[in-house]
Design a protein around this ligand. Sequence first.
Ligand SMILES: [Zn+2]
Length: 312
Amino acid sequence: MPDEIAPAIHRLATDYPHVCGLPLWLYVIDAGSEVVLLDSGIASTPESSTAPELAALGMGLSDLTLVVNSHAHPDHMGGNAVLQKHSRARFAAPALEAGWLEDNERLLTELWGSDPDAMELSEDERSELLGMLDDRVRIDVLLRDGDRLPGDRPLQVITTSGHSPGHIAVLDEPSRTLFTFDDVQGRGRPFLDSAVWLAPLYTDVIRYTNGLRRLLELDFDALVPSHGDPVDATAGRALIEASLAWVNDVDTLTAELLRTQGSLTVRDLAGAIGTDLGPYGGINLQTVRMARAHLEHLARRGAAEPRWHSRD
Ligand SMILES: [Zn+2]
């Protein structure tokens, strides 16, 4: 039976732990005139998990009227096409990420393919990702900072950016429940059956830290992430502070390596972040995107110089 984490808000289990080795929770909210689902999981999630979870609450996929995608990553929007098949729900998502939400090729190129010297997807990885993403659906409601979600319940949209360029948080004002999805990452999190941790992921240092500071300013009683359990305000604030401290650690490592080595590639730095700062498995999407973000951050401050050189 799904937990009721706040009045008329239930959290729904998913198949993600079995598929990708990480917890992932979705949330269904009774918002009066709307039945809202926060995130849609991967392509397999609606039929394997969301339908039975809703059935335990006396509902079905066809009862959903609004699906909100917090950001354009496969585990948060891959279920959209299947939900569209089973319901008349409208889809709402950050305006800043409409391009990624509606175009898989663009997402793969701009997110996974940003630094081909550091990382390139194999054909198998590509098809695995496309399998989790499924077909894209058109986003009906483009969300901007300060918007309220449709419905009779005051659910406020806060643009945090950071983990993903347009990432949003949602605050349920009556219960002061703050859904942060993937934006408050601390120092990453362990995979369920492995010694390796998933590193934090962000694409812009300033936007990530500004978003975290905005969350610190909000009045909330519970902080609810997608890949973990809800925590109270004290633990939530500590997790936000730990996320900020992590950014500082990567910034220090970046400046130090650049000073001692003279020059640095995204690949060099990703490898260092992924081994020196913890058991993050070296070079992967998370460490590559952080490496690029921190090098760009130094360049914008005038403390480093980006260069291209010919291989011919
Ligand atoms: Zn996620």
